[in-house]
Design a protein around this ligand. Structure first.
Ligand SMILES: Cc1cc2nc3c(=O)[nH]c(=O)nc-3n(C[C@H](O)[C@H](O)[C@H](O)COP(=O)(O)O)c2cc1C
Ligand SMILES: CC(C)CC(=O)C(=O)O
Length: 377
């Protein structure tokens, strides 16, 4: 039954939103947000991977009530979705990360703040209404800068540090080269000392050059530098995943930076199953990249992720209508996810599993992931 839910006069799904949002931004900003590196192979692959899985729904289940809630970073969240870190929310809306955090609080989900935030971490924490805050760390050469990001996040009550591992060098974003993209010179970057010129992203200032020698020793050492949980964001190999667990990390976020770093890298959904197997339940495994529909969230969970995070969709919402636009994104995905759960016969998130998926192969065959004798009934 169509319950006549009205989202907005123009936006009924995330694809509608993307089209509406991008037209509101200067071309170079829209390209910066939507672009990936080189020829966008990985960017496309992140989306297309979801289409290779189809549902094998179960019926004869009581789905009069569908409970989408789950736990992430120790908080009960409305559904297994959070906001991935992305730089410079003020490119999209004047209320920047404050608008994003307020929408996350309204919808009851967690948020990870970028190193390149335009809003100080304590201000963002204050807008999250008790939901969990993660601090993303792009580890730079100046250890004083790294430590102040860590200390400020911890003081603001952040519960986890997400160390981005896929960016020892910045990817070649050809759109940004062609547009000579650079943030406005008056844009604030409160994670960095004011005398650091961050506006030119290819700055020669060695203090903020990426640490291109991140090692397992440094990951272990980070554990001694903060009480926050340590997560690694950008893991794609099951070998790195297993080593991360051995190094004592608290969680893994499978990510390829939204196709903005190594073009040709495996899509995150394709990377997920081997990582889940390597980790074997020892720490939580989360994923981002290409989540555009409630069905994508369901598929990621069915393949073993406990939680998904959103990048560009949030920025589109922000560009569209600030806080209300981000809330629209979250409400849309929430309602889609709940419906996909109901139509697959799942009344709780715990019932989502690989028995509800089949994989469409390149030769056109469609193969269920589990045969009936293996399926969890
Ligand atoms: C405009 C933009 C800025 C980003 N900035 C950061 C960042 O500062 N740190 C980081 O770890 N990842 C960053 N990311 C990557 C996201 O955290 C996330 O991994 C990716 O966007 C997920 O893919 P999706 O956009 O398809 O959802 C950024 C992504 C975008 C689109
Ligand atoms: C280059 C940074 C400022 C942000 C980032 O990680 C990104 O744009 O993907």
């Amino acid at each position: 039954m169509n319950r006549g839910k009205s989202y907005d006069d123009k936006v009924f799904c995330i694809a509608d939103l993307e089209a509406n949002a991008l037209g509101r931004l200067p071309r170079a900003t829209a390209d910066y947000i939507n672009g990936g590196s080189m020829l966008h192979e990985t960017l496309r692959a992140n989306n297309e991977a979801y289409d290779r899985y189809v549902f094998v729904p179960r019926y004869f289940k009581d789905v009069r009530k569908v409970d989408t809630t789950t736990v992430c970073l120790g908080k009960k969240v409305a559904f297994p979705v959070g906001i991935s870190p992305s730089a410079m929310h003020s490119l999209c809306h004047q209320d920047a990360e404050v608008a994003t955090a307020r929408a996350a609080a309204e919808r009851g989900i967690n948020m990870i703040l970028s190193t390149y935030t335009n809003t100080p971490v304590d201000v963002v924490a204050g807008e999250l209404g008790g939901m969990a805050l993660g601090q993303q760390l792009s580890k730079v050469l100046d250890e004083g800068i790294n430590q102040s990001i860590i200390d400020n996040a911890e003081a603001a009550g952040a519960s986890a540090l997400f160390v981005t591992v896929d960016c020892p060098w910045l990817g070649r974003r050809l759109g940004d080269y062609r547009n000579s993209f650079a943030p406005p010179t008056d844009m604030p970057f409160p994670s960095f000392p004011t005398d650091v010129d961050i506006h030119n992203l290819s700055t020669a200032d060695q203090r903020i050059a990426y640490d291109a020698d991140l090692s397992w020793e440094k990951v272990r050492a980070l554990k001694g530098r903060t009480k926050m949980q340590i997560w690694l964001k950008g893991i794609l190999s099951p070998i790195d995943a297993a080593m991360a667990v051995e190094a004592g990390v608290d969680g893994i976020l499978v990510s390829n930076h939204g196709g903005r770093q190594l073009d040709g890298a495996i899509s995150t959904l394709e990377a997920l199953p081997a990582i889940v197997e390597a980790v074997a339940g020892r720490v939580p495994v989360h994923i981002d990249g290409g989540i555009r529909r409630g069905s994508d969230i369901f598929k990621a969970l069915a393949l073993g992720a406990q939680h998904v995070w959103l990048g560009r969709t949030v920025l589109w919402g922000l560009a569209y209508k600030g806080q209300a636009g981000v809330k629209l994104v979250l409400d849309t995905l929430y309602d889609e996810f709940q419906l996909v759960m109901a139509l697959n016969g799942c009344a709780t998130v715990a019932e989502i599993g690989p028995h509800l998926l089949a994989r469409r192969h390149l030769d056109g065959s469609v193969v269920p992931l589990l045969l009936s004798r293996e399926a969890r009934l």
